[in-house]
Design a protein around this ligand. Structure first.
Ligand SMILES: [Zn+2]
Length: 216
């Protein structure tokens, strides 16, 4: 089977979206790009994640032609392809409709960087991409305009997109963003959250990139 490891990573991330309650039923989608072949592995359209196997993940080329796979790829394939085409640094993309982040997407309100976890995992405040209908060609450009150097953005009236150098990093950004959105939502209901100064955002991000975890 072509790109077994990448397909497994896409499937594992999808199952984690279910585990962390970021998707319901067949919502959301996950993809990863193999930096060597340039092929993209993406979740199939309209199928619940539990019960899928790596073979069910669709492999396609950069133009969206299916290279291997028995199912139709995600309906959001267009914006995944557009992001990969324009950002060589991104090799993992996750889209969800996670509740608290989508709450701010429905308000067209960016989530300010009020928690160090946002600085660490997303790179600062979470911007909002302008509204585009689901599946529209404009979706990819709207996401790229908004996301800049962040690891995630909100999609106005829709949900969330997170990205990373691989699928695992995109998953971490999606999970941590929802967690921070929940805390921000709660804080807003009892007071006015304090936004971290830019210098602190930078410090938190650098600490995470250079020292956190088990890196040598
Ligand atoms: Zn969606």
């Amino acid at each position: 089977m072509l790109l077994h490891e990448l397909r497994k990573q896409v499937l594992d991330a999808s199952l984690n979206l279910v585990k962390y309650r970021l998707v319901t039923l067949t919502g959301g989608n996950v993809s990863g790009r193999d930096p060597i072949t340039g092929f993209i592995a993406i979740t199939p359209s309209g199928m619940e994640y539990e019960g899928l196997t790596p073979e069910d993940i669709v492999v396609m080329d950069a133009e969206g032609n299916v290279v291997e796979g028995k199912w139709k790829p995600s309906v959001d394939t267009g914006f995944h392809l557009h992001i990969y085409k324009n950002r060589r640094d991104i090799n993992g993309i996750i889209h969800t409709h996670s509740t608290f982040a989508s709450c701010f997407a429905s308000l067209h309100e960016e989530i300010p960087c009020v928690l160090t976890t946002l600085a660490n995992e997303v790179g600062g405040s979470v911007p909002v991409a302008r509204y585009t209908p689901v599946g529209a060609d404009e979706m990819g450009p709207a996401i790229l305009e908004a996301i800049g150097d962040r690891r995630a953005c909100l999609l106005a009236n829709h949900g969330v997109v997170s990205v990373g150098p691989d699928v695992r990093h995109a998953l971490v950004a999606a999970v941590m963003l929802e967690d921070a959105a929940k805390a921000y939502f709660a804080a807003r209901s009892i007071g006015e959250p304090v936004v971290l100064p830019e210098s602190e955002v930078q410090k938190a991000r650098e600490l995470f990139l250079n020292q956190y975890g088990q890196k040598n």
